[in-house]
Design a protein around this ligand. Structure first.
Ligand SMILES: Nc1ncnc2c1ncn2[C@@H]1O[C@H](COP(=O)(O)OP(=O)(O)OP(=O)(O)O)[C@@H](O)[C@H]1O
Ligand SMILES: [Mg+2]
Length: 362
């Protein structure tokens, strides 16, 4: 998968900018606050249908403007695709190959990326929401059904929580059947996903650490089960069992919105025992496992987006990352002060960004 060019119009700091990417390594350099992350954010928007950092779409629109427009040209399995997004004060419009589409799900699955930012180190030490975001971001990209299921579940869950807060308990039991059906699908799919990427992550971690240490990713749902129907009934029962507690708290205490992944090294939870270096290797292995996963299920590597991460890594991990970078199209930002130029790892195109103006340096 290769991005050929990106056009930004009134997106964040960019008034009007076009970038033509090389199919190898693209480096975007600039001082702080010039728009580097915004370029990666724009690209990720095409993969996820929403921003990786904005709470609301509106924030993406350049200050004082009515709408932001973005257009991405890409080559996927030698097929040309054009994706377009218009972000308005209220809602988004999308087009695929110049045909207007009604739903964001029409965009999903056309473009896959793996994004790596310094914040990702929180995946090990941070709260479970970090790890749920990790699962969601990458599962959404490989399955339109998954994004729809997440939305359905979220809607049902919000309604149940409203009923709990309003003390309208009679209506709750009627919600629980659909809530558990939807929730169980998410749990089932996440279980499969984590098992799959665990295989890749184990291997990647060994390569990275150069040691026989074992990294394990264990999916931890609030209810378990072997089959979809098993999980569905477990969840429905669980909701019933926890109803008294939920009434007291005013929210739903079990379901996929409370899922977690336990990341362990040599069977010990990394959040409690891992060193800085082990944490970095674990996070990098998880990201690489996603690259392997997409290669496996889609047949090509996704585009790799790196936001100022090289400076976070030591030489060994830098060189592992650079090996990976050479296998797929990569777009990476570096902050100018970091001193790294990109020549040493064979970058093929250089951009400079200053005050939202992008110039092609080489
Ligand atoms: N909607 C918007 N309209 C105009 N400018 C915006 C908007 N949203 C953010 N900005 C500005 O865009 C600038 C660039 O932000 P961005 O995060 O892309 O910078 P960066 O180059 O990644 O910086 P750093 O090196 O610090 O990470 C910021 O100065 C911010 O104030
Ligand atoms: Mg940035």
């Amino acid at each position: 998968m290769t991005i050929t060019d990106l056009l930004l119009f009134n997106f964040r700091i960019f008034e009007y900018s076009q970038i033509q990417f090389d199919d190898g390594i693209n480096v975007i350099a600039g001082a702080n606050g010039q728009g580097k992350t915004s370029i990666l954010e724009a690209l990720a928007l095409f993969a996820l249908g929403k921003s990786v950092r904005a709470k609301q779409d509106m924030d993406l629109i350049r200050f004082g403007q009515d709408a932001a427009q973005l257009r991405l040209n890409l080559l996927s399995k030698s097929k040309h695709e054009q994706l377009a997004i218009k972000v308005m004060q209220k809602g988004k419009q999308i087009a695929v190959n110049q045909v207007r589409k009604n739903s964001i799900s029409d965009l999903i699955g056309k473009f896959q990326m793996v994004l790596f930012t310094p914040d990702d180190l929180e995946m090990v030490k941070g709260g479970p929401e970090e790890r749920r975001r990790f699962m969601n971001q990458y599962m959404v990209q490989s399955s339109v059904n998954f994004i729809q299921e997440l939305r359905t579940y979220q809607r049902l869950l919000n309604q149940r929580n409203i009923l709990l807060k309003k003390h309208q308990y009679d209506a709750i039991t009627t919600w629980d059947e659909s809530l558990s059906k939807s929730g169980a699908k998410i749990i089932f799919e996440r279980g499969l996903f984590i098992r799959k990427i665990n295989e890749f992550a184990i291997e990647r971690y060994r390569q990275l650490s150069g040691q026989e240490e074992q990294l394990t990713l264990n999916y931890r749902p609030t209810v378990d089960g072997h089959s979809l129907s098993d999980i569905t009934s477990q969840l429905e029962e669980g909701l019933k069992r926890n109803l008294a507690k939920d009434k007291e708290k005013g929210y739903t205490s079990i379901g996929p919105h409370r899922d977690d992944i336990v990341i362990s090294i040599e069977n010990r939870p990394a959040a409690r025992f891992a060193s800085q270096g082990q944490i970095r290797s674990a996070v990098l292995s998880m990201k690489f496992s996603i690259m392997d996963y997409f290669k496996n299920v889609i047949g090509e590597y996704p585009v790799l987006l790196l936001d100022d991460v090289l400076s976070e890594l030591d030489e060994r991990r830098q060189s592992a990352l650079i090996d990976m970078v050479h296998q797929t199209q990569t777009i990476m930002t570096i902050s100018q002060s970091s001193g790294m130029q990109g020549d040493e790892w064979g970058a093929s195109r250089f951009f400079k960004v200053a005050h939202g103006i992008i110039t092609n340096e080489r």
